[in-house]
Design a protein around this ligand. Sequence first.
Ligand SMILES: Nc1ncnc2c1ncn2[C@@H]1O[C@H](COP(=O)(O)OP(=O)(O)OP(=O)(O)O)[C@@H](O)[C@H]1O
Ligand SMILES: O=c1[nH]c(=O)c2[nH+]cn([C@@H]3O[C@H](COP(=O)(O)O)[C@@H](O)[C@H]3O)c2[nH]1
Ligand SMILES: NC(=O)CC[C@H](N)C(=O)O
Ligand SMILES: [Mg+2]
Length: 518
Amino acid sequence: MQHTDTILIVDFGSQVTQLIARRVREAGVYSEVAPFQSAEAAFERLKPAGIILSGGPASVTAENSPRAPQAFFEAGIPILGICYGQQVMSAQLGGNVVVSGDGGEFGKAFVDVKSHCALFDGLWAEGERHQVWMSHGDKVDAIPPGFVPVATSEGAPYAIVADEARRFYGVQFHPEVVHTPDGGKLIANFARHVCGLPGDWTMAEFRDAKIAEIRSQVGKGKVICGLSGGVDSSVAALLIHEAIGDQLTCVFVDGGILRAGEAEQVVGLFRGHYNIPLVHVQAQTLFMNGLAGVTDPEAKRKFIGKTFIDVFEAEAKKIGGAEFLAQGTLYPDVIESVSFTGGPSVTIKSHHNVGGLPERMNMKLVEPLRELFKDEVRALGRELGLPDVFVGRHPFPGPGLAIRIPGEVTQERCDILRKADAVYLEEIRNAGLYDAIWQAFAVLLPVRTVGVMGDGRTYDHVLALRAVTSTDGMTAEVFDFPSDFLPRVATRIVNEVKGVNRVVYDYTSKPPGTIEWE
Ligand SMILES: Nc1ncnc2c1ncn2[C@@H]1O[C@H](COP(=O)(O)OP(=O)(O)OP(=O)(O)O)[C@@H](O)[C@H]1O
Ligand SMILES: O=c1[nH]c(=O)c2[nH+]cn([C@@H]3O[C@H](COP(=O)(O)O)[C@@H](O)[C@H]3O)c2[nH]1
Ligand SMILES: NC(=O)CC[C@H](N)C(=O)O
Ligand SMILES: [Mg+2]
């Protein structure tokens, strides 16, 4: 893709680098992330109007720690260094970085604005104090020639530094995370005001650029698209269909780990709205047999990821072969499974469509949504005219009910969970709460407790209910139901679902919990 008006983000391995890209896109400016190892090539290709250096886990003080290409500092374009990015810029331009003796700053902090710089235009004024989010062990203790400190914090005398002549800025905190309330505006000021970009980039442009990219990747080849009926794969399928028309076949897999009525609903809705060939594969036996005896969450995920691919490959054969497999992979799937850059960030869980993929794949991947977050995909879906029933659906993970049954997954347990989950979702819809919640589901625990029903003793499963709000699935808050709601659901479930005699609610936010239990 050739873009003018681009910002290049150099990734040093931070867990939140893509959030920088997202904030820049929110400011109406296109941006691309490149790992520091290949940043020079990306620079040549994009000819960016500005550069942002990300945070990262390394210490600038360590031997052989990553550096930015020195030529970037001589290119005459604005640079914003964030955390590690600020530290590396300081080290490379003649300042100094030390490991702070008192262990650093982690979490909420405040900066005091000491003097003005272009990042603050229309936003912050001298003498004000603002909340930011810090996560650093090292700090800059001498700034390079040309820089002045423009804001300080308790733990970082150089919380924000600026060299207005060269348009270089460094911040020790993370403006890209929501816990820095004005962070998005600081990044927008950098992208539009400092770099002088118009801020007119839109999802419509993303759509056009991706369609061109898909055409050039696929050529005359055939594509199989794993379609779950979720918003991600539906958007991916539409985009690919716009690009290559009848070279595309969609495949919906029912492995017995779907919710009640889901297969009929998805296949019906999709066939009702679109004229795209859709194969409905019944693979319940294959999945259930393979899951027998598997209790480790990562082993479940890897088995499911591999089995999905086996099914896709078998279907590809039936249509005379397909060179490409399309998936609705999003950025959060990627960041939690593997580091985006192959760099040093840590694996949290193997999403079935990324870290759960088998090592040898016969088909090449087409993943047009790989850089996007869920709410951006929803915006793209609306852009493509996807009906609200698809756009507004709660996310549902590919490994489905299997990762909501800690311990062994059996047909019987899936059936119990399916029933309980359906009651919970029905009550949520009846209460008009579906759209206020980001994701809601039940988890069947491998724990039995004693109860009393009809004067008899019961000894049955515990069911946990979860509901969260979120914008992108990277962080989540517990949903606060009206006080009569959960008791009503609990009563219905215990009365209607044989095998469950106790219901509990999960109050854990993400972090420290994840949304799913496995
Ligand atoms: N039952 C399924 N059949 C075929 N492909 C699937 C199935 N479940 C998941 N996939 C594939 O795995 C990808 C990732 O799943 P994921 O759940 O993240 O996305 P989604 O289902 O499209 O959207 P959502 O996150 O809203 O549920 C999907 O985009 C799709 O390509
Ligand atoms: O397609 C998917 N394949 C997976 O393997 C997978 N694991 C988690 N999820 C979904 O991702 C979001 C974040 O979930 P976690 O906080 O549990 O990581 C939530 O929306 C989860 O439902 C998955 N989606
Ligand atoms: N978040 C970061 O970029 C941290 C930078 C560096 N590793 C430090 O601890 O200071
Ligand atoms: Mg899904």
